[in-house]
Ligand binder design. Sequence first.
Ligand SMILES: NC(=O)C1=CN([C@@H]2O[C@H](COP(=O)(O)OP(=O)(O)OC[C@H]3O[C@@H](n4cnc5c(N)ncnc54)[C@H](OP(=O)(O)O)[C@@H]3O)[C@@H](O)[C@H]2O)C=CC1
Ligand SMILES: O=C(O)C1=N[C@H](C(=O)O)C[C@H](O)C1
Length: 252
Amino acid sequence: MSTPINVAILGARGRMGAAAVKAVSDAPDLNLVAQLGRGDDLQAILDAGATHVVDLTVPDQSEENVLFAVRNGLHAVVGTTGWDEAKLERLRAELAQHPEVGVLIAPNFALGSVLATAFAARAAKYFESVEIVELHHPNKVDAPSGTAVRTAELIGAARREAGVPASPDATTSDPDGARGAVVDGVHVHAVRLRGLVAHQEVLLGGEGEQLTIRHDSYDRVSFMPGVLLGLREAANHPGLTHGLDGYLELGQ
Ligand SMILES: NC(=O)C1=CN([C@@H]2O[C@H](COP(=O)(O)OP(=O)(O)OC[C@H]3O[C@@H](n4cnc5c(N)ncnc54)[C@H](OP(=O)(O)O)[C@@H]3O)[C@@H](O)[C@H]2O)C=CC1
Ligand SMILES: O=C(O)C1=N[C@H](C(=O)O)C[C@H](O)C1
């Protein structure tokens, strides 16, 4: 008999949390044992007998939640944004003390988004110019999106490794920041618009041509197969996995 997967969802009343509550409740192989929101005591996770946590809260809270899970031997599937290198380093240090625990930090759970980012990273060294446009609902509190930051990091790394120079840009005056944020040498532009859910375009430009890699999430159900995959696989991947692609066979 396989070990039961007892799931606690943190941020359960949020947009993503509510979708995850439904997806986990509907999954016959997963048991939803706790739903926590702002102000709830994390001890409730242990009292409920959880083996796994899903964190879908806010960037300021996620690290504390995940470190609590790891210290208590629970696997964690994390969709919350804001996991910069300093936070990841502290998490790696905690995981070193608990080598049996698996943590997935997934900037985006949608399969199409994971593929789009992987395709963009592969294409990045072949084009002179690359920029990212991310477009989201206006209730989103962070910019640029976690997906855009991760995409820029992977593009930046691929271009550095291939020795590709910086994208050409003659701008010398930009008092209002019209050229956007710069992440790992990649310009990132954030749009917040009523009616949108989560969308991203990677624009790659060469002489006389452009390649656009676009992904659209029209509904938060698009993220749920990734959340469920994370829960089913976390225990099989001890340590830190950054990106759902770490659980997929994307190949070269
Ligand atoms: N990886 C992915 O595929 C995706 C990731 N995200 C990310 O997930 C996160 C949540 O997004 P979204 O659901 O839209 O945001 P919401 O604002 O709808 O939900 C966040 C929830 O977290 C709760 N919360 C705040 N603080 C705490 C705390 N200390 N403990 C427990 N719960 C807390 C909030 O409670 P209250 O309502 O009381 O404030 C709220 O219900 C964001 O970082 C977002 O970027 C979103 C979509 C997909
Ligand atoms: O807040 C959101 O909605 C989303 N957040 C994640 C991000 O910042 O990349 C994932 C997706 O884009 C939706």
